[in-house]
Write a protein that binds this ligand. Structure first.
Ligand code: HEM
Ligand code: HEM
Length: 243
């Protein structure tokens, strides 16, 4: 059996040429700086803990057997919820700071060019791509235009809503005069009464879960079918292009 060209080459250079990519050009751009990436994963963890514990606050587990004072299960669940709630809020303040001092892509989460025609053309282009109606998506260094829309309306505004309603509820426990009550107490009469805030806060969780499902689907789908790296970009910070 005669040796293939690549096998011959490997004998000459000691390199397995067949295993080396021969793309025309593979470009890499540094997009997400370390604070954005660290924030993204801490934020994802906080929201996972908040949704799990929030679900059990809304639908508590059956009463534990034994002396009431010997059990603190719901207390631990609520403590984890509040700790993750603080992490979410402080993390977002840190993320806002980084939008001010960080690179161009660090600001993309906070505004959407809704008033430009070109933006909407790109959004519809991406919608067609996601609906399997277009053969190729656009090439974007930062978030794609549709992702920006989803991240602003589906994540940022919703998370601010969860923080306002969450701290308003927390203010009830911390009582009158606490900073939580003074800063967020106005939310309760705005929505009616305490139970309304609970209901909206609860519904907000399901809306956020819908965002996360679509977001993770889109990230993995784009990684496989799109024209650039996606999930690894939120790990290493670098966007690499396949074509
Ligand atoms: C609770 C879960 C999650 C939430 C709330 C969330 C939220 C976000 C937000 C707000 C951004 C924009 C980042 C910025 O501009 O600062 C983002 C980006 C991103 N997320 Fe997540 N994320 C979650 C989980 C995940 C998971 C599990 C993955 C991996 C499969 C992932 C992959 C990504 C990627 C790749 C980007 C960058 C997208 C791009 O390059 O355009 N996320 N995420
Ligand atoms: C992603 C963000 C969040 C999610 C998904 C979430 C989810 C939930 C859910 C589902 C409930 C139960 C509501 C009910 O049916 O009565 C709840 C309750 C509550 N959450 Fe959140 N929450 C979030 C953020 C926050 C934040 C930032 C705080 C502020 C510390 C907070 C504080 C509270 C409080 C005080 C309660 C009521 C606890 C009780 O009545 O025992 N939450 N949350």
């Amino acid at each position: 059996m005669s040796a293939t060209t690549s096998e011959k080459l490997s004998h000459a250079t000691g390199i397995d040429e067949g295993a080396v990519a021969h793309g025309r050009s593979i470009k890499s751009v540094y997009v997400y700086e370390a604070p954005v990436r660290i924030w993204h994963w801490i934020n994802a963890l906080a929201i996972t803990v908040l949704a799990l514990t929030g679900f059990f606050i809304g639908s508590p587990l059956p009463t534990q057997p034994g002396e009431a004072s010997a059990n603190f299960l719901m207390g631990y669940i609520r403590f984890a919820h509040f700790a993750a709630g603080y992490l979410l809020a402080v993390g977002l303040i840190g993320r806002i700071y980084w939008a001010i001092v960080g690179n161009h892509h660090a600001r993309e989460l906070f505004w959407v060019p809704l008033l430009t025609r070109a933006y909407w053309i790109e959004v519809f282009g991406m919608l067609k791509w996601y609906a399997f109606m277009s053969p190729r998506p656009g090439r974007y260094v930062g978030h794609n235009p549709l992702a920006r829309f989803a991240m602003f309306f589906g994540y940022l505004l919703l998370t601010l809503f969860m923080i306002c309603t969450g701290f308003a509820l927390y203010g009830e426990g911390a009582q009158m005069g606490s900073w939580q009550e003074r800063m967020f107490g106005w939310v309760i009469p705005l929505m009616g009464q305490s139970q309304d805030v609970h209901t909206w806060h609860h519904l907000g969780m399901w809306a956020l879960i819908v965002f996360v499902i679509l977001h993770v689907y889109a990230a993995i789908r784009e990684d496989i079918m799109g024209r650039s790296s996606v999930v690894s970009t939120m790990i290493s910070g670098h966007r690499t292009f396949k074509d």
